[in-house]
Design a binder for this molecule. Sequence first.
Ligand code: DCP
Length: 230
Amino acid sequence: IINNNNIITEKLVRNGDNKKTVVCIEGNIASGKTTCLEYFSKTSNIEILTEPISKWRNVRGHNPLGLMYQDPRRWGITLQTYVQLTMLERHLAATSAPVMMMERSIFSAKYIFVENLFQSGKMPEVDYAVLSEWFDWITTNIFLPVDLIVYLQTSPQTCHERLKQRCREEEKVIPLEYLESIHQLHEDWLIRCTSSPVPAPVLVIPADHDLQKMLHQYEEHRDKILTASN
Ligand code: DCP
């Protein structure tokens, strides 16, 4: 807890008082996180925080997401610094509902995406060191509670198909191998527990299925997810 920063302290107290349940939805690119959030957005008493991707595509007229895909070595740190800031904002959001559900987290930003850039040789060691110092400072000094991680587990092939269908301009350059690396990092983190600390219990939902089956699974797991902190 930071005592010399009124804003952060105030938000922490507010979160603590409310005993809010925080659920993070994790999974590969195009694994269906948005659909999951949309399903739960129809529930009362739950506040949904979607990923700030529109910000990553437009910060004061610049597109760090597009730049990162064009030249990860040059722009990886630019995007990931900004992702880290926007994720921190999300974790500290003063929501009023008893359950807060968010797309991804500051943890997967670091443990999956920054790690992937670094391990694949696309991020210079000094950039990785600076991002890690920021991340370590934030997570040591600011309390960012998570009660449950919902992991939408897909095959990289399924994500590749969905990615091609949705045709987001910046993502046209993503090859299957990229999705395979992101998949492995998720599995190491959330299933094998061999890479980075897991900040909450993990609920794994198989997510290669069609929309109907996915909605059915969300219905089945609904109570477990909404009462995650009990
Ligand atoms: N991204 C990134 N670094 C991060 C987080 C995301 O480079 N720390 C990129 C990967 C994608 C885009 O941002 O190109 C959005 O990725 P997500 O998987 O988070 O969101 P989707 O919209 O793909 O999720 P879904 O299709 O599951 O709803």
